[in-house]
Design a protein around this ligand. Structure first.
Ligand code: HEM
Length: 396
């Protein structure tokens, strides 16, 4: 329990910390990796280089601190992050390491302004926040381990097939190396893939949405080939260029909260941009298979027809359904964007909409879905890369 005095200190100093948040967490990560270089096997180096993760962690700690009286308030965010942590293999023993280094960084950046009293209050608050994460993650690990064919952390998989879906998107069909089956997952969930790239000192992990409906014996991910000089593209390039059928990759169990409610039969719209199509494939195939009578719409924006993946698959799923429509627009062509008018024409505002794609695409789709009369609880989305901070994710 946090004392009332500590609560007051934390709440009153949160704005100051927020102001220096990026400086503190930049310092924090530098220290963390100097002291614990083994953590570079877990963290995404490209995110570090771009400063994205710094902002995400800092803002979450301050947002949590402001809600320290009522952590229930931020539970949805905690759960979403915990899914990510579990998928990456974050363990309880990592929390004190992160906490200690965060507090030292705070002290270094704030100097004399960070009195012992303030540091002690933040140390106590971090303990409360960390306990909330640890307990949510503990039950997630338990659930995953108890699930049929489930496992914790990473397991060896073999690339069974590698299939080109477009000029830039390739699917990898993955089967457990021990010949076992895979657990059932909810459409929209993702897995982590861990690779050791020759010449790189540390292992690298990336998350990919599962891109087909749950199958008993395999996972499918579909990966966009990033530009050769994109630091974030190192794993994507490695998978595309080096990984062949028959090679092994390490994979963690499915996780994630951006999921289809497959029990519903009300109208549903899937709206994706670029490689954001991947979770939609899993959701659309599930609707086509389990509730083919459900009114469904698939709207997709790609750069051009050569970069457009899964066209034939979507058509085939739509044919099996009683009331499905499908439309793609190409941004290289005139009027090649999904507009409010198109949403008005295709999307039933009484149903649910799932949105996935680059951030500007999602911001504009969410705004336009609201404009055609949908409420926030009907609009489901997930940002790729580190989640936006809590306020931004609500897209004012
Ligand atoms: C991702 C918060 C502790 C490792 C994240 C994200 C947030 C966050 C907001 C971004 C989520 C997203 O992308 O959707 C926190 C908070 C913590 C905490 C508030 C403490 C209370 C830890 C610990 C570890 C860890 C102890 C393990 C050493 C990671 C990693 C990522 C991540 C590896 C993925 C992003 C990347 O690779 O750069 N965390 N985290 N976190 N967290 Fe944590």
């Amino acid at each position: 329990m946090l004392s009332n005095e500590a609560k007051m200190i934390v709440k009153s100093t949160a704005p100051v910390l927020e102001e220096h948040g990026v400086a503190i967490t930049t310092r924090f990560y530098k220290r963390l990796f100097e002291e614990h270089p083994e953590l570079l096997n877990i963290f995404n180096h490209a995110n570090q280089a771009q400063g994205r993760q710094q902002t995400a962690l800092a803002k979450t700690v301050y947002a949590a601190a402001v809600h320290i009286d009522d952590l229930e308030e931020i539970m949805p965010a905690v759960i979403q992050i915990a899914h990510k942590h579990v998928s990456l293999g974050v363990k309880p023993e990592h929390y004190p390491i992160v906490g200690a280094n965060l507090l030292i960084a705070m002290k270094e950046v704030l100097g004399d302004a960070a009195t012992n009293e303030i540091i002690q209050a933040w140390s106590d608050a971090y303990g409360v926040i960390a306990d909330a994460f640890i307990s949510v993650e503990k039950s997630m690990y338990q659930n995953t381990a108890e699930q049929e064919n489930g496992w914790n952390y990473f397991k060896d998989f073999v690339v069974d097939r590698k299939v080109n879906e477009s000029e830039i998107i390739t699917s990898f069909y993955l089967k457990p190396a021990d010949g076992s089956n895979v657990p059932t997952y909810i459409p929209g969930q993702y897995i982590s893939v861990r690779v050791s790239i020759p010449g790189e000192e540390y292992m690298m992990i990336r998350q990919y949405s599962l891109s087909q409906a749950s199958k008993p014996d395999e996972f499918r991910i579909s990966v966009k080939r990033e530009a050769d000089n994109d630091p974030n593209g190192i794993v994507s390039i490695f998978l595309h260029k080096q990984i062949k059928e028959g090679d092994r990759l390490e994979v963690s169990a499915p996780a994630g909260v951006f999921v289809l409610d497959a029990a519903k039969t009300t109208p549903v719209a899937f709206i994706s941009g670029g490689v954001g199509i991947t979770p939609m494939m899993s959701m659309f195939e599930t609707v086509a298979t389990s509730t083919p009578e459900r009114p469904a719409v698939f709207l997709h924006g790609a750069r051009n027809r050569y970069q457009h993946a899964f066209d034939e698959d979507i058509r085939q799923f739509a044919e099996r359904m009683e009331n499905a429509s499908y439309k793609t627009v190409y941004s290289d062509e005139e009027n090649g964007f999904i507009t409010r008018e198109m949403l008005e024409e295709f999307v039933d505002p009484s149903g649910d909409a799932y949105v996935c794609g680059p951030v500007p695409f999602m911001v504009s789709m969410i705004r336009e879905l609201r404009n055609i009369g949908m409420q926030d609880e009907q609009i489901h989305y997930e940002f790729f890369g580190p989640a936006m901070d809590l306020e931004e994710s609500t897209i004012q």
